[in-house]
Write a protein that binds this ligand. Sequence first.
Ligand code: ACM
Ligand code: ZN
Length: 725
Amino acid sequence: MAFFCLTNIYAQDTAPVSIIPQPLKMETKTGEFLLPEKVVIAYDSQLKAQAEYLQEVLARSTGRVAVLKEGKDKGNIVLLRDTVAVPVAEAYTLSVTKKCAKVVAADANGAFYGIQTLLQLFPAEVYSVSWQRNTEWKAPCVEIYDAPERPWRGLMMDVARYFYDKEFIKKTIDMMGMYKLNKLQFHLIDDSGWRLEIKKYPRLTEVGAWAGPDTRRLGGYYTQDDIREMIAYAKVRGVELVPEIEFPAHILSAVVAYPWLSCTGVQHEVPTQHFISRDLLCAGKETSIEFLHNVLEETCDLFPSAYINIGGDEAVYTRWEKCPDCQALMKREGLKKASDLQGYLTNVVAEMMKKKGRTLIGWDEIIQRGKVNEQVVALSWHNPNDTLVATKTGHKAILTPASHMYLDFPEKSIPGEIQAATWCPPISLEKCYSMPINDYSESSTTIGVQACYWSDQFIHGNALQEFAPLHENRSENYAEYLLFPRLMAVSEVAWMKQSKRNWEDFRQRVGAHFARLDNKGCHYRMPEPRIVREEKNADGSITFTLTTDVPGAEIRYTTNGRYPNVHSAKYTAPITVANREDLRAIAVVSTNRYSLPLYFAPDYSAYKAYGQHVFGWEPLRIQPKPSNWRFEVTGKVSGNGAYELTVIPTRGDNSVCLGTMKLWKRNELMAEVKADKTVKAGQQPVAYRFTMEAFEAGTPFHIELEGYAPQGNDTSGMIFLRKVE
Ligand code: ACM
Ligand code: ZN
């Protein structure tokens, strides 16, 4: 049955040309370029690496090993450098005729991007790592001129909270290149791991790269040879590796290796769970400055990047405020607040980096905490409008707001969605694609856009165990599932003018790319079916017309509110149901490849005053004997302050007994409220008030509540949580 044959499933690709990011100017012509049996790639001497790259890609999938010819000789694929014809950095022209495919670019990145666009014109199997002997290798004739709107098109990978090996990083770089992203911010250091070999301080990786007891030790690091290998691999693909050496916070892994780096000198352990340490790099000790100098010296020797990232986020200054060395330095320098001390440190390092001809970049705290004298680049992660602050203070900015660009948040919060970050609402593909860029003033210093992929979820321990859609628990698949297809949206947000973005058109093109991701062996989140039309009938029933954005997929559905599977009824015509919640539908590509369900969340709008729904019980979930309910409130406990938890029985004749409530941050008790009440459906709900004083973003929170029904378990009800102040 062709249906279960993965490689040909998308053969009926409807969009003939689906390039991501959408080129600036494109004209499709009649006719096709047929890749000949004997491929000759003629290339400019400075584009040898790009010619070899193309030779390798084509050899693997087409089985045709191209002859490489340096110079402007005739080839059926030609890669030229011409700064007169194409005078814009990273721009290219691509001309595909019946005889030849020709890329002209000003630089190596432009040539690489011309090649990527050409590959996107060939059938999806061109990305396969094995010979696809039955594919006809043709590309439609086109004339393209393409150039990026912004020079910084980035992705941050957090390899500190979870260590990805260099092969996975290379694969990620390859995917970035495919979508014309050009900066990989390498988050090499955090409280829970130091991942960069520094010869002068071997304990950073001997000790600081590992967490947990011997038998369950987790971690790893990149040797300097690994780094050089990744840099070379990235360079061919137009990607620059920008190292992030975090300080003064998020550096506990170094403090564990060398306790003299902190204010107190206390010996800690590398944490195995999410944790933002209060132990900063001591700003007041000469030895700290020497450490930074030596680490950055080796980092600069390794990374040719024009930028060096110093992190700088989320420092809490309680240690500095008590440290005699930090206090003495503040006095000597006439600094009023501990945050000025961070500005002082940033200036010291900016001075070091200036001597090396590098520009400092960091999270936007680096321009908000103390005055920075050199021009730096701030990553605006709090708010898209913060880029304007950077512009006003003479700095540059990159847009990476958590609300749109943090791809460690899930796409949706529907049943079965993977456990991922919750401290912001989910970021759908459409939301990511719609990120506003408000800084279009003449004087704008916003140089680009960046997505961030944080790995905190892994150290929560249980994130990967419930991941049914992939039938695998591997962290790399999890990362790709969160990154794709949203990284395509990031690519377009970064590459194109905002006014040229077109969601409907983009959605279509994304569909055509799933087959490309399959051939690349890259996981992704398959979109659930969506509603094309919803009609209310005279009898109150509703008729739904559905579609899927996955070419070649079927839709399978249920009308009893149950989770559909690959054997559920097949959608062939509009479906009528009595209530919206009765319908659930999934997109199915094969027996083990299917989407999450199209699903209608219950409507809690009548209970809005009580806050967010956090738990519901039915007769089967309430015991006659005293016992606890346990439910997640991560993301719903959203900061320090007072909260109210409200318990509302909605059905049943019997009473519910309610006892003690406990709020836990991971396994730390945060609040406890004792109670002994009984309540019935129709009576005044029971409320618990508590205060949260040690909030930590990214950390899981849950509540335990004693609830039982001694007279019999016939009750149902709901629990809501709201922040009071
Ligand atoms: C950040 O998310 N702490 C930069
Ligand atoms: Zn100190």
